[in-house]
Design a binder for this molecule. Sequence first.
Ligand code: CA
Length: 231
Amino acid sequence: MSKYNILIVEDEPAMLSGLKDNLEFEGYQVDTAVEGDSGLDKILNNHYHLVLLDVMLPNLSGFDILKKVRQEGIKTPIILLTAKGEEMDKVLGLEFGADDYITKPFGLRELLARIKAVLRRTTVSNSEKTDAHITSIGNLKVNFSNYEAFINEEQVKLSFKEFEILNYLWNKRNHIVSRDDILNDIWGDDYQPTSRTIDNFILKLRSKIENDPNRAKIILTVHGVGYKLIH
Ligand code: CA
């Protein structure tokens, strides 16, 4: 059982370090961000079991982050940290897809209880689908429902998009998938990276999951066409 990973996005230094210390003391693994854009970046590129998200942040508000994250289809549980008197914020926050909110100033015990409740809710719904859902791809054991991957019991850190691409290739295993297929089905109409970006994602994926990334055995290149996951 891996430790829970929590990201705290909070710009007040005292608040941030207090939360971090307390959560680490409770056994959580904690990552932090103090600005809106770096917080968003971390959520988009890592897997967390939970995010504590302050609403008032420099350069990107907690709401903007929340909206963007949900638009990207990322379901990471998020608890909003709202300031006293921001009643509207709570309603809006829940509408935008927050899992819970807590009003500052709050007691540590209350926060821990909320965190546990949200984790319980989300892990139960995950574990209903899980165990049977461990997929073996080469040496890699991957659980697509909770975004975890392991090689020889060691966790492999894949970004959200890397998981999505791997999942996509897995679902079409032993078939050739073109770069355009990946672009259209994973990025959709919102934002279209170039096919060069896809190649870079594949290179990164290979470096993490292939024994020898230069002699790929899992994700093969089909020259002039695209890629094929072999199973
Ligand atoms: Ca703040």
